[in-house]
Write a protein that binds this ligand. Structure first.
Ligand code: SF4
Length: 226
């Protein structure tokens, strides 16, 4: 692999197919052994995937799990959510915080019911046209619910990709990381690959205390050991 010291743009371009293959193989094998068992990983229902992704924004998994279950008991469908009142969704959301999120979620539900017959769009453009859905959430819904080869880039994924391919101290634009995430994506395995990247960032390649000694990517990571 190319070693650190080169500029980030060169580093990203220099990643060859054999490097990418090694990265995918190690990451997917680790995920098969160590991936977290989370309730939203038992469904491909687009609405449920969307709810989990909106709840997980800036919020720890342990706080999201019980609220995800409660929310779905109360609003089992986009139609049920679309028909809810503001006071009700706020109350159900409490105490997750960032309280604009349940209202955005309901606004999406209302638009989808009104304009799309209650079905979330299956294209990136269609999803991005819904207020409150950005590039990350669109990629998550496409890969987790619709099985599309769509990349994602959130805080955890950004950190893992930067450390492995570019170097902890190097600066890199999000655009380059999106391109890298798309290049790395194994065709037909986007679900596992994206979940694995998020899990590795959440449990091993953490912001403050990365566990490089037990990391499956240590052999291909330009930041190792951190
Ligand atoms: S070796 Fe360390 S820095 Fe590199 S991906 Fe693993 S935990 Fe992160």
């Amino acid at each position: 692999m190319t070693r650190p010291g080169r500029t980030s743009a060169v580093r990203v371009r220099a990643a060859g197919e054999s490097d990418r293959r090694a990265f995918r193989r190690r990451l997917l094998a680790w995920y098969a052994r160590s991936g977290r068992k989370l309730p939203w990983r038992r469904t491909r229902d687009p609405y449920r995937v969307l709810v989990s992704e909106v709840m997980l924004q800036q919020t720890q998994v342990s706080r999201v799990v019980p609220k995800y279950r409660e929310w779905l008991r109360r609003y089992p469908s986009l139609e049920a959510l679309a028909a809810s009142s503001t006071a009700e969704v706020r109350e159900t959301w409490y105490p997750l915080g960032y309280n604009i999120r349940p209202l955005r979620l309901r606004a999406i539900a209302r638009t989808v019911v009104r304009r799309h017959g209650g079905r979330l769009p299956e294209t990136r453009e269609g999803l991005l046209a819904l207020k409150g859905i950005g590039a990350y959430t669109a990629g998550a819904v496409l890969s987790f619910a619709f099985g599309r080869d769509a990349a994602i880039l959130d805080t955890n994924v950004r950190r893992v990709l930067r450390r492995v391919w570019i170097g902890e101290q190097s600066r890199v634009r999000d655009r380059a990381l999106w391109e890298l995430a798309a290049q790395l994506l194994p065709r037909g395995r986007a679900y596992d690959f994206n979940q694995a990247l998020m899990d590795l960032g959440a449990t091993t390649c953490t912001a403050r205390s990365p566990r490089c000694g037990s990391c499956p990517l240590s052999g291909v990571c330009v930041s190792y050991p951190l």
